[in-house]
Each structure stands twice: as structure tokens, then as C-alpha cells.
Design a protein around this ligand. Structure first.
Ligand SMILES: C[S@@+](CC[C@H](N)C(=O)[O-])C[C@H]1O[C@@H](n2cnc3c(N)ncnc32)[C@H](O)[C@@H]1O
Length: 362
């Protein structure tokens, strides 16, 4: 289904007359189908829409060292007719685009970063469009956009607005590393420096739930471990520092998260396998244990569906006696969901806000 911002773009389809478009983070995989006659590049920072748009890629495995060495920013790409889909935290391609559309992200710092990236990729005479929902903050989105040019409102409908910015301050280049911030944590006697980009969960601070999970994890985890929904890679990094024999993989839907994870590992002189995926959809690797502070927000609405499907998929991937350790807001209905697919579910710890669960497959 076309998302509301895409419906607004569809209403303004006359804007898309010429070639040379870059679309950043479309909220659905369908709007670009309407531009099949034009040459369009699409930057996806989220794997779910990328995999749906690129049609063939259930998940992508990367080495954290390759992520550090990328100069173009591209983790995975797929050409479909006149469209080039990139899954990447950033793009630094030699060509410039005539026009760029940004779907407004949730976090303001993420939006600032995308504006600067877009202003380095657009032609001097080009425009940057921003489309987003009223409840996502589009009404105040013009202020930040003003930093690179003259802003006008093109249209409003479907509780969304479309803004256009004629570039007056083209940026010479974009360096993602200038947007990385670092913070120090100390858990279970392990000090570590965490690297994090705008748009990544708990940007610049450790989450209370993540801390509780790490404090309650048992010391007898063995074999292949999956840090599911790894964010900046905090859980896996601390585990690997505590128990160097563990073989840890890091999975997230967000290229910004995976890029941050690679840098977090490098800060601790560690490396790891990094997986881009939408939940565990299509994943067929085997893991002995899964640890997670899972997502429960997608977009602006609260949504448990990713976690619900993740729990069922986790049970499919774990061997007999394999375990899932998970922290969640204590008011979320997860014990019931875990109990539907795992034979043994235990609450390891509870605070006024969070619960840590251990579920074992027998
Ligand atoms: C609550 S955060 C936890 C991050 C990190 N583990 C921590 O504890 O700081 C949840 C993470 O889930 C990721 N996420 C959201 N939807 C996802 C999906 N469909 N598949 C995989 N990861 C997803 C988000 O990008 C985010 O990094």
C-alpha cells in the first residue's frame, strides 16, 4: 500500500518530469514503481523497504572490517530496469542528481544529517524535496532545510506536506564520520566506547533496559550468538569483551545502526559478522543463543508485530536447549507471546519499567 507521504508525491507526480532523481528512505516499495520511465537512484537506510524494492534479497551478510573500509557507503545494491536501489548508511557517488526527495525521518539529528548529505549530492541548480506527515513534524521541517536554500511549500494533503528547497548552499562533500558520536559505558566490569550515528537507538547514551539485560545475562552462553536488533552493537560488544570465546553476529534493519556497530567493535579492537535483515525474515543461519532488546516501534505508531514474528522465527532458528534472552518494557505482553512458542519461559529480573525474560526451546 502507498504510504501517506507517497500518496502526496503521487498527487504531485508532475514534479517528476526529468531523469536524475535520488529518493532517500521511501516509506514504501511502491511509489518508485510510478517512476519506472525515469532513471532514479534510491538510497535505503532501512533493509525492509530495500529488500521489498530490490525484490530478491532476504538478508545480507557483511564483515565489520569491510564496513569500516567502505568509501562509497554501499552495503548492497540492485539494479531494476531504470532504477538503482542502494542499501547504505550514506552515499558519496561522483555524480550529482538534478533533484532529491527525502522522506522525513523521525529524529531531528537524522534529518539534519540527511539534509547535509543531500546538499552534497544535488546539482547546484537542483532542488531538495522533503515529504512527511504532520505528526512526524513536517510542519517545522522547513526551518532546518532553510540552512541549504530557499524553502517553499508545494502541497499539503493526507495529513502530510511536501516542501521544496532550491539549493543556494551546495555542500562540497559529505563525511559520515563527522556525524559519529562516541560515549563510554561500563557494565559488569567491562568499559567500552560506543560509536553511534543520528537515527540510531539510544544515540549518545546507554538505554536502561539494555543495561539491565547485560547485568542479568548468564555467564554460560556458548557457541554462535545473535545480537538481534543490535543498534550501535552495545550488547554484543560487551558480551564479546566478557566472553571472548563467543562467536557473535550483529543484526539490524538499519544501515546507520550497522555502520555504528562496526565502529563500536573497532573501538574495542573487535570484529564481527554484521547482518542486514528485516527481523529474521529469510535468515537461515543457526544460533545457539539470541540476545535482544527488540524493537517495538515501527514508524510513528507503536507496533509489536515485528517482535511477535521475531519470537516465532527465533524458535525456528534455535536448536534444542537454545535460549532467547530479551529485555522489554514490563507492560508489553511478551511473556504470553514467548509462552506460545517456547516451552520454558522465565522472568530473570524486573524493575518498575523493564523485565528480562529467558525462553528456552526444549
Ligand atoms: C530497542 S533498539 C535496541 C538497540 C540495541 N540493541 C540497544 O540495546 O541499544 C531496537 C533496534 O531494532 C532495530 N529494528 C527495528 N525494526 C527492525 C526489524 N524489522 N528488523 C531488525 N531490526 C529492527 C532498530 O533499528 C533498533 O536498532
Amino acid at each position: 500500500m502507498l504510504s501517506a507521504p507517497s500518496q502526496l508525491l503521487e498527487r504531485n507526480i508532475d514534479v517528476f518530469k526529468d531523469d536524475g532523481w535520488l529518493i532517500i528512505n521511501p516509506a514504501d516499495a511502491y511509489f518508485t514503481d510510478q517512476l519506472s520511465h525515469l532513471s532514479v537512484d534510491v538510497l535505503h537506510q532501512y533493509y525492509d523497504i530495500y529488500a521489498e524494492s530490490a525484490r530478491v534479497i532476504p538478508y545480507t551478510i557483511l564483515d565489520s572490517r569491510d564496513i569500516l573500509n567502505t568509501s562509497t557507503g554501499i552495503f548492497s545494491q540492485q539494479k531494476i530496469n531504470k532504477h538503482h536501489h542502494y542499501f547504505a548508511p550514506f552515499l558519496t557517488l561522483p555524480q550529482h542528481y538534478n533533484n532529491i526527495v527525502i522522506y522525513l525521518p523521525k529524529a531531528k539529528a537524522h534529518y539534519s544529517m540527511l539534509i547535509k548529505m543531500a546538499a552534497s549530492l544535488v546539482n547546484g541548480s537542483g532542488s531538495i524535496y522533503v515529504v512527511g506527515e504532520n505528526k512526524g513534524g513536517i510542519k517545522s521541517a522547513g526551518k532546518l532545510l532553510n540552512s541549504v536554500g530557499e524553502v517553499e511549500k508545494v502541497d499539503s494533503a493526507r495529513h502530510c506536506s511536501l516542501l521544496r528547497c532550491e539549493i543556494t548552499h551546495q555542500q562540497p562533500s559529505f563525511d559520515i564520520n563527522q556525524w559519529l558520536s562516541y560515549f563510554d559505558i561500563n557494565i559488569n566490569g567491562q568499559a567500552a566506547t560506543i560509536a553511534s550515528l543520528p537515527g540510531v537507538f539510544s544515540h549518545e547514551a546507554l538505554d536502561e533496559g539494555t543495561q539491565l539485560l547485560l547485568e542479568k545475562l548468564p555467564s554460560n552462553l556458548r557457541g554462535n550468538i545473535l545480537d538481534f536488533a543490535c543498534g550501535a552493537g552495545i550488547i554484543g560488544c560487551i558480551l564479546k569483551r566478557q566472553f571472548p570465546h563467543l562467536n557473535i553476529s550483529y543484526l539490524d534493519v538499519s544501515a546507520l545502526a550497522l555502520y555504528s556497530t562496526a565502529h563500536t567493535l573497532a573501538e574495542s579492537e573487535l570484529t564481527g559478522t554484521v547482518m542486514a535483515a528485516n527481523g529474521l525474515h529469510g535468515v537461515d543461519e543457526q544460533f545457539n543463543n539470541i540476545v535482544t532488546n527488540p524493537p517495538f516501534h515501527t514508524g510513528i505508531k507503536t507496533d509489536y508485530s515485528v517482535t511477535k514474528r521475531f519470537i516465532a522465527d527465533a524458535a525456528r532458528l534455535l536448536p534444542r536447549n537454545g535460549s532467547l534472552h530479551m529485555v522489554a518494557n514490563r507492560f508489553l505482553p511478551y511473556p504470553g507471546l514467548l509462552g506460545e512458542v517456547f516451552s520454558h519461559v522465565q522472568t530473570l529480573a524486573q524493575t518498575s519499567r523493564f523485565s528480562v525474560y529467558r525462553a528456552v526451546k526444549e
